[in-house]
Design a protein around this ligand. Structure first.
Ligand code: DLL
Length: 435
């Protein structure tokens, strides 16, 4: 049922006791080994002994991405470099990169978390898995590789890119499972259609996708076009990469590997915890990592937590699919807009491809949102009137559902650059000082 039934299906009370114990160990370890945390905890006047229950978590200071940048490359590392067996890094879109060092134990735990993720997706020994996440500093490639190796799968480490070769190998090797970003899965599906390879007739049956926000509509689109079940992985470099949360066969939210990651949701403005079930910013404290423990790391990812009995038997708390990142949130006519909301609406329109870009411009003092979306070939090539009609249909749909006026530009098929990794959805053309 679960890869590690003992940990994944532990009674909640027992799990929370375990979490408190590990939280104290983590705080103690961080205070002893990392000058940054030693200082922060001293300022907060806290020691591990002050943590009497999980509710005391809120007394601990937050950690933000800039703390990692300021301490680049190894100032947050709690073990000597000779005990670091791997370093990953993420550059993000701006600024200095951040590093993720791992001890041998950290690496083993990561593989375990990934094995749970892949097992829940129905992947087993005997599966031929094609790993099209980028190998290298990005945690996707090696994270999935390790998890699949632990399960005993046959791993094809294709990495991302060279899409035609991906499809040829998929056919020749009889790939049964594919790992990549959802946007790259669509790129593969599209290229396969052009190559006249019918993915549905291949042994491919499941994909595990993540590393970027994607809607349920996008998941269905991928499932239909590839003839597979599309499962999900969530994680971030700061916490060791993918394997933080994953969906099970119920596909209603992602279970968090709570014996490794203690999750909270806070109001991004007040930083106060929100009641369970309410949306806010996801914050994680690592519970067992040694090389780079994290205390109350603010992910910027927006979701909500749900503690409920899941039909799969796991007791691990669930989070909703990520709605978006607080730093990708646009404010259009005073309305908060996440790209994923627009994506969901676009996927309801039959005349367009699931390829889009949001361009933000300044019109006077106001922010204006331009939705560029590819028309299906027959629609784009039909009359000008048809194009206008579809554009009006989309802007009407968005206005009706979200109450905001947007400009819609139906663009020709292939106009929008195809993704091999994380898709670029938002292009901000506002002058820097006006954002
Ligand atoms: O993207 C780790 C990963 C690799 C996850 C492969 C899943 C699969 P970073 O490059 O550090 O790490 O980016 C982390 O990506 O804070 C989210 O904003 C976003 N993200 C990751 N997974 C999901 C997901 C990897 N399933 C950032 N849904 C995170 C939505 C996701 N967003």
């Amino acid at each position: 049922m679960a890869w590690n039934k003992k940990s994944e299906c532990m009674p909640v009370e027992k799990l929370q006791k375990f979490q408190l114990e590990k939280l104290k160990e983590t705080v103690d370890w961080s205070a002893k080994k990392i000058p940054f945390y030693k200082r922060k905890l001293k300022e907060a006047g806290l020691t591990a002994a002050d943590l009497k229950s999980l509710a005391d978590l809120g007394k601990l200071p937050f950690t933000v991405k800039n703390d990692l940048r300021d301490n680049y490359p190894f100032e947050l590392c709690a073990v000597p470099l000779k005990d670091v067996v791997r370093v990953h890094a993420s550059s993000g879109t701006t600024g200095k990169p951040i590093t993720g060092p791992y001890s041998a134990d950290d690496l083993a735990q990561w593989s375990e978390c990934m094995a749970r993720n892949l097992w829940a997706a129905g992947i087993r020994q005997g599966d031929i898995v094609q790993n099209s996440y980028g190998y290298g500093l990005f945690t996707g490639g090696l994270g999935f590789h390790q998890g699949a190796s632990l399960l005993g799968c046959t791993v094809i480490p294709t990495s991302s890119g060279m899409t035609e070769r991906q499809i040829t190998l998929m056919k020749d090797f009889g790939t049964t499972a594919l790992f990549c970003t959802p946007s790259y899965a669509l790129t593969i599906a599209e290229r396969a259609e052009e190559m006249r390879v019918d993915l549905k007739s291949l042994p491919l049956r499941v994909g595990v996708f993540g590393a970027e926000p994607w809607t349920v509509g996008m998941r269905q689109e991928i499932e239909e076009r590839m003839g597979i079940k599309a499962m999900e992985a969530y994680g971030l470099t700061e916490l060791g990469g993918p394997g933080v949360a994953f969906d099970c066969e119920v596909q209603d939210g992602l279970h968090i590997n709570e014996d490794h990651y203690l999750a909270e949701v806070v109001d991004p403005a007040t930083l106060e915890p929100v009641p369970e079930g309410e949306k806010g910013e996801l914050v994680f404290t690592s519970l067992q990592r040694r090389a780079m423990p994290m205390i109350r790391y603010r992910t910027k990812d927006i979701t909500r937590l749900r503690r409920e009995t899941c039909a799969c038997g796991r007791t691990l708390v669930k989070m909703d699919k990520i709605y978006g990142r607080s730093d990708d949130m646009l404010i259009i006519s005073g309305v908060n807009v996440f790209p994923s909301q627009i994506e969901a609406l676009l996927l309801e329109i039959g005349e367009v491809e699931p390829q889009y870009r949001l361009i933000v411009r300044k019109k006077g003092y106001l922010d204006q949102l331009v939705v560029q979306v590819e028309g299906k070939k027959e629609v784009y090539e039909a009359s000008r009137e048809k194009k206008y009609e579809v554009e009006a249909k989309i802007s009407g749909h968005i206005k009706g559902m979200m109450g905001i006026g947007v400009e819609v530009e139906l663009v020709e098929p292939k106009f929008i650059a195809r993704s091999e990794g994380k898709a670029l959805r938002v292009v901000d053309e506002r002058p820097k000082q006006l954002r």
